[in-house]
Design a protein around this ligand. Structure first.
Ligand code: IMP
Ligand code: MG
Length: 186
């Protein structure tokens, strides 16, 4: 059967077993590094970070809270961030005194996370670190220190495993490169 996503898929960049193995590794690393903490809180950046966070959390064997934040930085239909990062949904619990770990799908220009980090520091967490599944350093415009990176990738537009192509295909269990030619006639 032909799946709807196939039309947009140029190639699979990171297949499911490779993704899952790396997510497990990151979870083990985070488990070791936060072993003494009883204040760990995972902050998922919606919507892209949701698949990654739910899988990652299953490999973090330190008691922790979870909360969600939605931010938008793209203009509608655009594939690039703008500097205008808006908080669309804020955290529901406070972060003061907590060991906050931000969980994000991808860091591209860095505008989104710089803004989130700047905002969260004003709320006095004990520590604030960043974990991203994907990093595209070639496109960085805002300097940002990332503590945990799943995969460093080239400057390609990707989708799947939380990342959308015009809001769809977040459910794919792998990361694929978008065939940009397939979007021309839409
Ligand atoms: P930044 O502000 O440019 O770092 O953009 C970060 C956000 O842009 C990510 O959280 C994603 O939601 C989105 N994004 C960046 N690159 C891609 C991509 O290749 N595919 C899908 N979404 C992307
Ligand atoms: Mg995102």
């Amino acid at each position: 059967m032909q799946h709807a996503y196939e039309k947009y898929l140029k190639e699979v960049l990171i297949d499911e077993p490779t993704l899952q193995a790396r997510v497990a590794e990151l979870g083990e690393l985070i488990t070791r590094e936060y072993a003494g903490s009883d204040q760990l809180m995972l902050v998922c950046i919606l919507k892209g970070g949701v698949m990654f966070m739910t899988d990652l959390a299953r490999h973090i064997h330190v008691p922790h809270e979870m909360d969600f934040m939605a931010v938008s930085s793209y203009g509608k239909g655009a594939r690039e961030s703008t500097r205008n990062v808006r908080i669309e949904h804020d955290l529901t619990v406070g972060v003061t005194g907590k060991d906050v770990l931000i969980v994000e799908d991808i860091i591209d220009s860095g505008f989104t996370l710089s803004k989130v980090v700047e905002m969260l520091w004003t709320r006095s967490p004990r520590t604030l670190k960043l974990c991203t599944l994907l990093d595209k350093p070639a496109r960085r415009q805002s300097e940002i220190a990332v503590d945990y990176v799943g995969f460093t990738i080239e400057d390609k537009f990707v989708f799947g495993y939380g990342l959308d192509l015009d809001e769809k295909f977040r459910n794919l269990p792998f990361i694929g490169v978008v065939n940009l030619d397939s979007l021309k006639d839409e």
